[in-house]
Ligand binder design. Structure first.
Ligand SMILES: Cc1cc2nc3c(=O)[nH]c(=O)nc-3n(C[C@H](O)[C@H](O)[C@H](O)COP(=O)(O)OP(=O)(O)OC[C@H]3O[C@@H](n4cnc5c(N)ncnc54)[C@H](O)[C@@H]3O)c2cc1C
Length: 463
């Protein structure tokens, strides 16, 4: 029983899917922001569920843990191995089935989110999960982190967009939960247990995804608002019927970063404003959207809820507006180090959270740059704190622990969550331990021990 014996057995039995070539390994061992650097003695890239099962059985026999990786876009470090064998799902990349009548597709876990969206589109339907990383992130990663994104407001998180999954459990058994039934009350729902489990209870190998009807018309608008309070008031005004599908908050500083640091991005407004909201209204019938938007924006202006608005007049303009939002994360990289949080509070409490967090940060670190942005409509704020000018990045990141304590204390005080959509990974496990309900943590540990007693699957994650 040793890692070496395990590697020898895997190599002997599956030589064509094993690699220790440094060039092939390299992109799997860094996270896109260079936050984590990993190492692995072996990358193994199975092409079928049966191969995944065989790998897990061999690892179990030798008690050698695995780290699972999909598209490597995760923001909590869980997909980066630290000496374990690395299992990549990149070759589990087939769309197995697409069914217009039942409104579902079955795809393997290494299919990218964009490919899943395209497969839905090909049968005239929509897979409504949408993230800036969609060209690279995978369905397995999306389900394992219960990803959110920009359309949660209308369609829900990844968890709500799946009928069931196929997975390999820690003992090497294949669980087939690829049902596409809309009703199935037959005891514990094992698929649900694996959603958001970050690869700790099973390796998802395929999923049956729920599709939606495509809207006939989408109107995208960017509005300028004076404050987060006004954004909440405007959201109440804009939330008519089931039309509102996206509601993203962008403060001025973020817009400046994007227009300065990312090529070909421009401020769509003639004047500067302190905050913006980017939103989509979707319609089942074509031809009424622009009138609906114009009426609603006019009354919002009259009621002093918004300061100005830009309504996209073409697909190109709509894409340009969305690009401003999608480039926010990348645009911060050149500015220096940023301490990031992905928190959620009830929608009505978002202004209070932003106010309290900004004050706390500026009181303690006077020249820092608070940057709250994100999925405001879900109460989900990506609360970033940029380093003060003149400070070394390393010195600022050394403050991360104390900054986190301050921010998460405010979140706790407001009854929120320290992880809205990115998960726990290795980044937040200490905070989870400290802040989560004790019964929840005990039950999570009991489940992990029952399903993976030897700690074969992602053993460093969550706990
Ligand atoms: C620019 C950018 C924008 C983003 N925007 C959003 C956003 O709006 N909303 C959001 O929620 N996230 C966002 N993310 C985070 C990330 O894209 C998501 O968490 C995504 O779901 C991760 O998918 P992945 O395939 O890259 O997973 P990875 O990064 O490879 O893995 C993430 C975790 O899932 C586990 N895992 C991966 N595949 C499997 C599998 N098949 N079975 C079991 N476990 C598995 C890994 O072990 C790891 O713990 C963003 C990231 C970037 C870089």
């Amino acid at each position: 029983m040793s890692l070496e014996n395990c590697i020898n057995e895997l190599r002997a039995k599956m030589p064509d899917i094993c690699s220790d070539d440094a060039d092939i390994l390299a992109p799997h061992l860094v996270e896109w922001r260079d936050r984590w650097q990993g190492s692995t003695p072996l990358l193994i890239s199975p092409k079928s569920t049966q191969e995944v099962a065989e790998i897990v059985k061999i690892c179990g026999k030798h008690k050698s843990p695995l780290t699972v990786q999909g598209g490597n876009t995760g923001l909590c470090g869980g997909q980066i191995p630290q000496g374990e064998i690395l299992l990549s799902t990149q070759r589990l990349n087939k769309i197995r089935h697409a069914d217009k009548d039942n409104m579902n597709i079955v795809c393997e876990s290494g299919v990218t989110l964009l490919e899943a969206q395209q497969a839905a589109n090909a049968i005239g339907l929509k897979f409504p999960l949408s993230l800036a990383s969609e060209g690279t992130c995978t369905i397995g990663g999306n389900l394992s982190t219960n990803a959110g994104g920009i359309q949660v407001l209308k369609y829900g998180t990844a968890k709500e967009l799946v009928f069931g999954v196929e997975a390999v459990l820690a003992n090497g058994e294949i669980y087939n939960g690829l049902s596409s039934l809309r009703k199935d009350n037959t005891g514990y729902d094992l698929s649900r247990l694996l959603l958001g489990a970050e690869g700790t209870l099973g390796i998802i190998t395929a999923a049956s995804l729920k599709l939606s009807a495509k809207p006939r018309e989408v109107v995208r608008v960017m509005v300028a608002v004076a404050s987060p309070e006004k954004a909440v008031a405007f959201m109440n005004h804009a939330r008519i019927g089931t039309h509102l599908a996206m509601f993203e908050f962008i403060p001025r500083l973020a817009l400046e970063y994007v227009t300065t640091n990312i090529p070909d991005q421009r401020d769509p407004f003639a004047n500067k404003h302190s905050n913006y909201v980017l939103l989509d209204w979707e319609f089942d019938q074509a031809g009424h959207g622009q009138d609906f938007a114009n009426d609603l924006l006019e009354t919002a202006l009259e009621q002093n809820l918004i300061e100005d608005a830009v309504v996209a007049q073409s697909e190109a303009q709509a894409a340009a507006l969305l690009n401003l939002r999608e480039n926010l994360s990348a645009s911060q990289k050149p500015v220096g180090a940023t301490v990031k949080h992905d928190i959620t509070v009830e929608l009505a409490k978002t202004p209070e959270f932003i106010k309290r967090a900004n004050k706390a940060m500026l009181d303690k670190y006077p020249d820092c740059h608070p940057l709250p942005f994100g999925h405001f409509g879900d109460g989900n704020i990506h609360y970033n704190v940029g380093q003060p000018k003149g400070m070394e990045s390393r010195d600022f990141m050394a403050l991360e622990g104390e900054i986190n304590e301050i921010i998460y204390d405010i979140v706790d005080d407001l009854g929120g969550s320290i992880s809205a959509e990115h998960g726990i990974g290795i980044l937040k496990k200490d905070q989870l331990e400290k802040r989560a309900d004790a019964a929840k943590m005990r039950t999570m540990r009991t489940l992990k021990t029952a399903l993976d007693p030897d700690g074969i699957l992602n053993p460093r994650i969550l706990f």
